[in-house]
Write a protein that binds this ligand. Structure first.
Ligand SMILES: Cc1cc2nc3c(=O)[nH]c(=O)nc-3n(C[C@H](O)[C@H](O)[C@H](O)COP(=O)(O)OP(=O)(O)OC[C@H]3O[C@@H](n4cnc5c(N)ncnc54)[C@H](O)[C@@H]3O)c2cc1C
Length: 589
């Protein structure tokens, strides 16, 4: 026994038994080889193996872009038995997919624009994510939509909207909605402004851990046999007789260039999709529209909200969300056309003012100021459809199209609908592969019933309590960690069991512990310091100093795992500082 912590088996014999049973079951059902892979790590070592395979093998499908869309496609394609590679130029999820509003939702606002089919689809997908695919990373989120005299939507309009929203979810609703009078609304959400309050709708959507869902989807693709690689950039397309037959790539860590051969290339590069299209033909364009959305992170007690809130901007009537995230409230978002470089998007003073104005208009007692903003994050929407005077009115549906060179592209969509988007794309890919190469799938789309890693055998309350006792972590920490890892939290617990110093907090007051650093390197393919501080955790956005004070210790542990020298450590620290400065740029502009 090291560090005074009793062996885990003493606490969780039942859970251990069910896990062993599940592995034995997997071995019978999916074969010894796949069961062995299920137990394998997902670390920088596997990245090296994957890189070698990338240059050696010919794939059925190579997917460009490791956001949620590309990850979903790689997962689905691999499950259907296609040999699949996924290449991502930065970290998995480093584009829009780690900077969303973190809602897994039907999208109440789309009803304003009569996008009933989109809302229906999103409600179905919300249910699948909550119940089957990512029950560990998606939770019901109670929402309140207050109505004020002379401002925003009226009560009759809201009542109709709620009725339709509920109807579209039908048996797949998260919870029943209620219309509340002003007194009841204040009881449910004391943070509401009393003056002028006419009533409210109380309903349910879901909260989702976007960056962790993306990582888990990539890992699921890997477990299903795909070859995913972060820090590998597509720099050109390989062509044979005018047809795209592979991708030229560069490993960002070594600068080494490779040619990856494939029967079919898929462009899932989100806001960068036009850049990949230009590699096929410089004159080819689908005219994707990029719009910027930003969020503010403030301490929750500054707003005092217990539920998520939907308010309206006094400037243009757009919805603005106030989303509770443990000790914080995330406020967003904006929607403005963007013509700049997708690699350097950030929130400016005007974006921040827009959101502060919306909050202070509906909740004047809060008096939120820019000094209350701990950090900001910004991302781009690659809208697939034209039309709509303002970006807000453009459809969020997805679109799949084929280039003259035979590359399949996917654009638009929502985080919530990624599984369905991937399924539609892989259906198209399967058709093409069958027709052009007589290559047939072994299976149909199965993602609707397949849990992501960590979602298979969720630790129940009893197990969490035992783990709490075994590690000395608080209930809040356990709650947060299980929302990140589900059953894979057991890895973190075991690390702490082996070395109790790994239970130390990384930043005092935040739930993150040092064991997560080791877990991220060994099981989540964290390659850089930013990968850990921004996407494996949210320290960059939540710590008042962006975690710069804690960064040398995090870098020390990552260096020990990966064998970094001092020069690499310094580069990692400098990169993190630069990223943090981006979250603070609104203060200077
Ligand atoms: C502000 C905002 C809030 C949102 N909130 C929500 C929400 O709450 N709920 C919801 O359902 N949806 C939400 N969305 C929509 C959702 O987040 C996006 O639809 C989704 O994340 C897009 O994922 P993606 O994989 O298509 O793009 P991305 O996540 O951007 O992934 C594309 C990837 O391609 C990579 N790439 C680019 N070029 C190359 C190259 N040459 N080689 C290799 N890789 C490359 C990029 O690095 C990037 O990681 C929001 C969007 C925004 C902008």
């Amino acid at each position: 026994m090291k560090g005074g912590v009793a062996p885990l088996s003493q606490y969780s014999a039942g859970a251990d038994f069910s896990r062993k049973f599940a592995l034995a079951y997997q071995a019978c059902i999916i074969g010894e080889e796949k069961a062995r892979r299920c137990k394998m790590d997902f670390s920088f070592r596997e990245r090296q193996d994957n890189l070698e395979r990338l240059g050696r093998e010919e794939f059925d499908i190579v997917v460009i872009g490791g956001g949620i869309t590309g990850a979903g496609i790689a997962w689905d394609a691999a499950l259907r038995g296609f040999s699949t590679a996924l290449i991502e130029k930065g970290d998995f999820g480093s584009g829009t997919s780690s900077r969303s509003s973190r809602l897994i939702h039907g999208g109440l606002r789309y009803l304003r624009y009569f996008q009933v089919d989109l809302v229906y689809e999103a409600c179905q997908e919300r249910f699948l994510l909550l119940k089957h695919i990512a029950p560990h990373m998606v939770r019901p989120l109670p929402f309140i939509y207050p109505v004020y005299k002379g401002h925003g939507m009226g009560l009759p309009e809201l009542r109709v909207g709620m009725w339709l929203y509920d109807l579209l979810a039908f048996s797949r609703r998260v919870g029943r909605y209620r219309m509340l009078g002003p007194d009841e609304a204040l009881k449910v959400e004391p943070a509401l402004e009393k003056a002028g309050l006419k009533g409210a709708a109380f309903f349910y959507d879901c909260l989702g851990n976007d960056s962790q869902i993306t990582l888990a989807t990539v890992k699921a693709a890997y477990k299903a046999g795909a070859v995913p690689l972060n820090y590998v950039e597509a720099i050109g397309l390989l062509k044979s007789q005018g047809k795209v037959r592979g991708v030229a790539v560069r490993d960002a860590l070594t600068g080494k260039e490779l040619e990856v051969k494939a029967k079919l290339v898929v462009n899932a590069a989100g806001p960068w999709a036009d850049q990949i299209l230009a590699m096929d033909s410089p004159s080819y364009t689908e005219g994707l529209r990029l719009t910027k959305g930003i969020h503010l992170v403030v301490r929750r007690e500054r707003i005092g909200n217990q539920n998520a809130m939907t308010i309206s901007s006094p400037r243009d009537g757009r919805f603005v969300f106030l989303i509770p995230w443990w000790q914080f409230t995330i406020i967003g978002t904006t929607d403005t056309d963007y013509q700049g470089d997708p690699d350097i998007v950030y929130a400016d003073a005007e974006d921040v003012d827009y959101l502060l104005e919306a909050v202070n208009h509906t909740l004047p007692h809060v008096e939120l100021r820019s000094e209350d903003v701990i950090s900001t994050f910004a991302a781009l929407r690659p809208l697939a459809f034209k039309g709509g005077a303002s970006p807000y009115e453009v459809s969020r549906k997805h679109r799949i199209f084929e280039t003259p060179g035979g590359m399949l592209c996917i654009a638009g969509g929502k985080f919530t609908t990624y599984r369905k988007m991937a399924c539609d794309l892989v259906d198209k890919a399967a058709e093409k592969l069958a027709k052009e190469f007589s290559r047939f799938p072994k299976d149909k789309c199965r993602t609707y019933q397949t849990p992501l890693p960590g979602g298979e055998l969720l630790p129940d309350g009893e197990t969490l309590a035992l783990w709490e006792k075994a590690t000395g972590l608080s209930k809040e920490q356990m709650d947060y960690l299980s929302f990140s890892y589900g059953s894979e939290l057991e890895n973190v617990v075991r690390l702490i069991q082996a070395d109790s110093s790994l239970a130390e907090p990384i930043v005092p007051g935040l739930p993150y512990v040092k064991a997560q650093i080791i877990h991220a390197v060994r099981h989540q393919m964290a390659i850089t310091l930013k990968d850990f501080m921004v996407r494996r955790t949210r320290i960059l956005y939540e710590a008042p100093d962006g975690g710069l004070g804690a960064a040398p210790e995090v870098a020390r542990l990552m260096a020990a795992e990966q064998g970094w020298d001092q020069a690499r450590v310094e580069k990692e620290l400098a990169d993190l500082r630069q990223e943090w400065e981006k979250t603070q740029r609104f203060r200077r502009s």
